[in-house]
Design a protein around this ligand. Structure first.
Ligand code: LLP
Length: 383
């Protein structure tokens, strides 16, 4: 039975806010659900470290047996420290530096997801210098609209990510001929917070077409990226995403070759629902025709509302009074975009109450900043 988050309010009251509270039971149940849904022996799930690299969270995900998807040397180091075996680490990103590439080669990571011809040149040269073969997959831009916020869509021609379909052939040839490159296959990622799953079906069709074009090339694996969305409006009703439907789309629609392996890179769907930002009401302010609840954590603690107009469910976890009021819930930062919600119906709220911003486990703590010289939020865990 799925547990809905239980906030240990008495304990949280003693803590310095803002801070992130992680429900590790829910994380474990989510990891179990992933393993069950991705049970096909040729399916390999990597966790996108960018979503949350809190060491406690990373260690738990590594212990569950997932691989890691990384985008910087810092993330590779965090993944290795948390216990992800290097061969289960993949490395993407449009701007990999020489030192990042060399160190990743030394670690013996599983694959570089290569984003351009220029990057392929550098990886080849550095691997040749070390007398080894670099495992590479070409990140192909599949030109699919993931119907998500334009800041988090990645698979369109206008985006900086991936290699244009028209350029793929030349680069595959180069990989196959190279003494210093070990061609693993193709990598894709269409965008994030994808809730209508049709784009994933379209992705499968694109992949099938692409594979047909390279009938005589050995393609050991296909990496379909991440992107599965979560239910921000109803975190208690849907604490665990529908992993079964998601993985079965790939199982049912990809035309795989014998022995071909499929890799996934899920971030948000793994960790979003297990985390909440806990923040304290500093003032309740009477405005003109409205009331503001001013909390001590703002866009520096959780930037998603300010950056993507995202909405995280807001709850007063101190009081459960039936008497409600309408509030704008805002942070203390000197920016007009520092707003968590407008016209939120909450129990009558007072100074000192604790407010939870739900579904903040992904792209929350990791995107916090020190703007306005504010300290980074801490974290505590359910046991
Ligand atoms: N693989 C690649 C190559 C990616 O670029 C990403 C996310 C993922 C996997 C993981 O995607 P996920 O399963 O988490 O959707 N900060 C934004 C999200 C940015 C996502 C960037 N790439 C947000 O808060 O919504």
């Amino acid at each position: 039975m799925i547990n809905t988050p239980y906030f240990p309010v008495d304990k949280l009251k003693e803590e310095e806010t803002p801070l992130y509270y992680y429900d590790l039971h829910l994380l474990d149940e989510t990891l179990d659900a992933i393993k069950e849904a991705a049970h096909y022996p040729n399916f390999h799930v990597h966790y996108a470290v960018k979503a949350n690299s809190n060491p406690e969270i990373l260690q738990r995900i590594a212990a569950a047996g997932l691989g890691a998807d990384t985008v910087s040397l810092g993330e590779i180091r965090a993944a290795v420290t948390a216990g992800f075996p290097a061969p289960k680490i993949v490395f993407a990103g449009v701007g990999k530096t020489d030192i990042e590439i060399t160190t990743a080669l030394q670690y013996g990571i599983g694959c570089f997801n290569v984003e351009s011809a220029a990057e392929l040149d550098v990886i080849e040269q550095l691997a040749a210098g070390m007398g080894i073969k670099a495992p590479v997959a070409l990140r192909v831009n599949p030109e699919i609209d993931a119907h998500t916020h334009h800041y988090i869509t990645t698979g369109l021609a206008e985006n900086k990510f991936g290699i244009a379909l028209t350029m793929v052939e030349t680069l595959v040839e180069r990989c196959v001929k190279s003494e210093s490159l070990d061609f693993k296959g193709f990598h894709f990622h269409i965008g994030s917070q994808v809730t209508d799953l049709t784009p994933f079906k379209i992705l499968c069709e694109r992949i099938n077409d692409l594979q047909e074009k390279f009938a005589d090339v050995e393609i050991p694996w296909i990496n379909v990226g991440g992107g599965l969305g979560i239910d921000y409006d109803n975190p208690d009703e849907n604490p665990i995403p529908d992993f079964k439907t998601y993985f079965n789309i790939f199982h049912d629609n990809l035309k795989l070759r014998p022995g071909q392996q499929v890799h996934f890179e899920l971030g948000r769907a793994v960790v979003a629902q297990c985390g909440s930002l806990i923040t304290r009401v500093v003032y309740v302010k009477e405005g003109i025709g409205k009331k503001f609840v001013i909390v001590d954590g703002g866009m520096t603690a959780l930037i998603r509302p300010a950056l993507y107009q995202a909405h995280h469910k807001i709850e007063n976890i101190t009081t459960s009074s039936d008497v409600t009021e309408k509030y704008d819930v805002v942070g203390p930062i000197c920016e007009s975009s520092d707003v968590f919600g407008t016209d939120e119906i909450l129990p009558v709220t007072k100074r000192g109450d604790l407010i939870a911003l739900r579904s903040a486990g992904a792209y929350g703590e990791i995107m916090a900043s020190g703007y306005n010289c504010r300290p980074l939020p801490g974290s505590i865990f359910s046991r």
